[in-house]
Design a binder for this molecule. Structure first.
Ligand code: NAD
Length: 283
């Protein structure tokens, strides 16, 4: 049976570090604050927002919500973002996406100050991830994957790693982060030929395809660490990952469950970024 890599254990350790940083900042007169811009009432957004604000409260980070109607104009949205960008008391900004279709999302992302981009969506943040420089912030989900590997002491140096999925928000940055950890990285996607053999070669597997159970037992073997990023709802209405957990668990060395794996670490990473953004204002 595989060792389960539990999000709550990683989160507990991260939270201790974050709380200590918050206390240090408060002693220097800075209250880390997250600005949340939400357009409309999409249930996914509202639920993520609830998780993020609860985590902020536990960790002593303040937040300010900017709630806009689903039919907000581009001008009103840009004015709201401009206000949050210019407010020195707001250190990080989270903008829920995708935005409604009538809005120009690219223009909004372009206008967001990279130093407040705690969700890692601006070009500046991407440059940081790809060039290894300290600007903006990496996207929270792939960083949560790295935090899990780090927490459990899984060394990537010299190991073969496969990432399934090449989205800009998870797959590509995850591949870059594994590269930084000295893994030898392969990225699989919908056009990959014979994916089971490619994945079976890897010692570390990160799956972010957004397809329930796409990775089954035929992809897996002993000795692997599997990080399942997927969040899907199955036919019975239950949350499940992109990996067939029942087929993976008896075979691989270690695996993250869904729920209870990557997702729960992501919000702590986000709040950690807000605290880091606040700390950078003092440098
Ligand atoms: P996406 O749809 O933008 O990208 C999916 C990628 O997987 C694409 O590159 C696509 O080519 C590839 N892909 C799709 N089907 C495939 C298949 N059968 N074989 C190989 N590759 C395939 O999704 P995303 O935003 O990257 O998210 C991926 C998953 O992670 C989703 O389930 C999403 O809900 C979840 N997610 C979780 C968190 C978290 O905090 N845990 C955060 C963001 C996203």
């Amino acid at each position: 049976m595989a060792k389960q890599l539990l999000g709550k254990e990683v989160t507990a350790a991260l939270n201790e570090k974050i709380k200590a940083q918050v206390a240090e900042l408060e002693s220097r007169g800075v209250k880390p604050t997250l600005g949340i811009i939400r357009v409309g009432e999409r249930p996914d957004d509202v639920s993520y927002e609830r998780g993020a604000t609860k985590r902020c409260e536990t960790l002593g980070v303040a937040y300010e919500k900017f709630l806009l109607p689903a039919d907000v104009t581009q001008e009103e949205l840009m004015a709201t973002l401009d206000k949050a960008n210019k407010d020195d008391n707001i250190h990080g900004i989270l903008i829920f996406r995708p935005l409604p279709k009538h809005l120009d999302e690219a223009a909004v992302i372009k206008a967001l100050k990279p130093e407040k981009d705690v969700d890692g969506i601006t070009d500046g943040s991407m440059v940081g991830v790809f060039a290894g420089t300290k600007q903006g912030f990496p996207p929270c989900t792939p960083q949560a994957c790295m935090e899990i590997l780090d927490h459990y002491g899984i060394d990537c140096t010299g190991k073969k790693a496969v990432v399934v999925g090449r989205s800009l928000v998870v797959g590509k940055p995850a591949a870059m982060m594994l590269l930084k950890k000295n893994a030898t990285v392969t990225v699989c996607h919908t056009r990959t030929v014979d994916m089971p053999s490619v994945v079976k070669e890897a010692e570390i597997v990160i799956v972010a395809a957004g397809r329930a159970g796409v990775v089954d037992g035929s992809y897996l073997c002993a000795g692997q660490t599997v990080i399942d990023v997927g969040i899907n709802v199955n036919e019975e209405g239950k949350l499940c990952g992109d990996v067939k957990f029942d087929e993976a668990e008896p075979v691989v060395d270690a695996i993250t469950p869904v729920p209870g794996g990557v997702g729960s670490v992501t919000t702590s990473v986000l709040v950690g970024h807000v605290v880091e953004a606040a700390a950078r204002t003092l440098q």
